[in-house]
Design a binder for this molecule. Structure first.
Ligand code: WT7
Length: 632
């Protein structure tokens, strides 16, 4: 097991050692896992290319480390505790032994349909245990999983299937979310009609009792195929740098990119960070409310907790169903010890009133976590007072899909906390602030661009099928550094506060979205000539989506707005729907034809009095009319 830091002196010592000799530090952590073939090389790296290889001549299997390795010691302990959407249904628990058997059966089912090492499998599933089982089954046989959040549209799903050239989709018939029933299989059918030519099997987990369209050529029921399989499946030995998964995320250009993580480094870092950030103790019940469709669910619902031998709670539903007490009800019912959620959920529940958490006994909670976006002071204090009762330290964890694991965070009970500050880098993380010319800012009390100077084990290896994009986006801005895309401030004591993106990426309810991606979707409406999308401050979502749209020959009314929204839902999904749509006659452009988003951001943020110099614009006259029509 990776090392667990117990006090401040140990953190300082671990940090010092990890920076002085990163290879020795991570070698020691990596050696605590099971390797089929031990590694002799620890690290090779060159950020210019970029090339990063950890433990490269070692062989392992991450599902073996999540499951088999624990059987002799904690085989009967609960690995996954599942709470269904429907309160009248019982919770389910899977011991490590039981989970291993289910994973093996699923792995054998994949093999029986021809899936082998290196093949890509898309998972488009609700938050049911079978999703975690399918993830681990892929890992067991060396298939590369790519989980697509089940709120994405058929078009978005199809784009990802095609980019990954996946041979299989695993989905459910329906999803239950609150009182909604979502027709997942139908979305997959539509995606198959749009493309997905690489797919020869759609494996369908039955999650409801409605009938679905069926095509015998490709569709297979999970319960018919998986249950007849043997309960043993030997794990495929994987090279440490073999791909483990692809996870699509938004960037500043239109097309989502497939972030690639590999087996060895990801395993070491997610386990190490999980144990330390949540200070997990044997017997604890840990709950992360994220969806496995995002990196948080990969690293801190499935892999990190299971590698550490923890009990990880998985929740199918939503925070407000059947009422705004659901999260707290689950915390009381299962005596949750570590609770990890997003600021947007905290703000939404805060708005429902203090009486909701007050009804429940939350005394089991020892650690509270926050992730996905900056947490504002008010939400931080509410979380601290009404959920943690002033006794549970809040870990405001900063990281990204690309970082694989948490990089900057307080350690609960070990380092101090300060509202809105992610605070201190984890051991192994050399976080620096630079100015726009790339000069490192060494003083405290400064603001700059957040970069990391040395690789950590779970750093992004490539963007699938487009290595140049990876180099360009993360490693070309500042030589020899990984650039995060975030701006940050360091306070007088060296704590870091991440302010937000400095590129054209926005963060809506903790969901990452490219403004160009939303623009492309809006532009799909035949009557839209051009659009520009920016983020603006939103009380609950953190950022809302503000779209400026130029159109031809339409009534500029709400019916047309609805058509645009429907287009976005079709192209991406409901999470990308603009909150505000303003029809404009022109967009402010530079002489080279680039949209001046700075101006549009200020207008959307009700800061139009302060636009700065607009005289260099190609069309300064449009600014006045945009200001007058602003929806603020
Ligand atoms: C972006 C990454 C990390 C898993 C979920 C999001 C923002 C994330 C924090 C935080 C301030 C944060 C950053 C980052 N972000 N956590 N604690 N404080 N900002 O992963 O979708 O890859 O988004 O989320 O802007 O770059 P993601």
């Amino acid at each position: 097991m990776t090392h667990q830091i117990k006090n401040l002196a140990e953190y300082q010592e671990a940090y010092r050692r990890s920076i002085e000799d990163p290879s020795a530090f991570w070698k020691e952590q990596a050696e605590t896992f099971h390797w089929f073939k031990p590694f002799t090389k620890v690290l090779h790296w060159d950020f210019d290319k970029p090339e990063v290889r950890w433990f490269e001549d070692g062989q392992l299997n991450i599902s073996y480390n999540c499951l088999d390795r624990h059987i002799s010691s904690i085989g009967d302990q609960t690995a996954i505790l599942w709470e269904p959407n429907d309160v009248t249904k019982p919770a389910k628990s899977y011991s490590y032994k039981h989970l291993l058997a289910e994973v093996c059966q699923c792995a054998n089912a994949l093999k029986s349909r021809g899936i082998k090492k290196g093949d890509r499998v898309i998972l488009y599933m609700p938050m049911v245990p079978e999703l975690a089982i399918a993830v681990l089954a892929c890992a067991r046989i060396g298939a590369i999983h790519s989980v697509v959040f089940a709120g994405f549209s058929a078009q978005a799903l199809c784009d990802r299937v095609d980019d990954a050239q996946a041979s299989m989709i695993i989905c459910s018939d329906v999803n239950h979310r609150g009182n909604k029933l979502i027709p997942v299989k139908e979305v997959v059918d539509n995606a198959m009609d749009l493309g997905c030519n690489s797919v020869d099997t759609v494996l369908v987990y039955q999650n409801g009792d409605t009938s679905v369209n069926w095509s015998d050529d490709v569709d297979v029921w999970w319960h018919e195929l998986v249950s007849i399989q043997a309960k043993e499946c030997s794990p495929e030995p994987m090279n440490a740098e073999d791909m483990l998964f692809i996870l699509y995320t938004s960037g500043s250009t239109g097309k989502p990119k497939g972030v690639v993580h590999t087996c060895g480094g990801y395993m070491v870092y997610t386990c190490y960070s999980f144990k330390n950030v949540f200070q997990y103790q044997p017997g604890d019940i840990y709950w992360c409310t994220a969806d496995i469709g995002w990196i948080t669910g990969h690293s801190y619902i499935v892999y990190g907790p299971l590698l550490a031998g923890a009990t990880t709670l998985m929740f199918e539903g939503v925070p407000t169903y059947p009422d705004a007490g659901r999260f707290w009800d689950i915390c009381e019912k299962h005596q949750v010890n570590q609770f990890y959620t997003a600021p947007t959920a905290i703000r939404a529940l805060m708005a429902k009133g203090n009486e909701w958490p007050a009804k429940y006994d939350l005394s089991s909670i020892k650690v509270l976590g926050s992730v996905g976006e900056p947490i504002n002071e008010e939400a931080w204090h509410w979380y601290d007072t009404h959920i943690g009762k002033g006794k549970a330290p809040i870990v405001d964890t900063w990281w990204q899909t690309e970082t694989g694991g948490i990089l900057i965070t307080p350690l609960p009970g070990i380092t101090d906390t300060k509202p809105t500050y992610a605070s201190y880098p984890m051991p192994g993380i050399e976080a620096v602030l630079v100015d726009s010319d790339g000069n490192e800012l060494h003083d405290n009390n400064v603001e700059g661009l957040l970069c990391i100077k040395h690789p950590w084990p779970s750093i992004i290896r490539t963007t699938y099928g487009d290595h140049e994009r990876c180099r360009n986006v993360y490693f070309s801005a500042f030589k020899g550094k990984y650039f995060t895309g975030d701006g940050a401030r360091r306070d007088e004591d060296g704590r870091i506060r991440v302010i937000g993106r400095v590129d054209d990426v926005i963060n809506v309810s903790g969901h990452r979205m490219g403004t160009a991606e939303v623009e492309n979707a809006i532009n799909e409406h035949p009557k839209v000539i051009e659009s520009a999308v920016v983020g603006y401050p939103h009380d609950i979502k953190g950022q809302g989506i503000y779209a400026y749209v130029i159109t031809a020959g339409m009534n500029l009314d709400d019916a047309f707005r609805q058509e645009i929204l429907a287009t976005v839902v079709r192209e991406i999904g409901p999470i990308a729907k603009p909150d505000k749509i303003q029809f404009v006659e022109g967009l402010p452009k530079t002489r080279s034809g680039k949209i001046m988003r700075r101006i549009l951001r200020k207008i959307a943020a009700k800061d139009a009095e302060n636009l700065g110099d607009i005289s260099t614009l190609l069309n300064p006259e449009v600014v006045q009319s945009i200001k007058e029509g602003a929806l603020v």
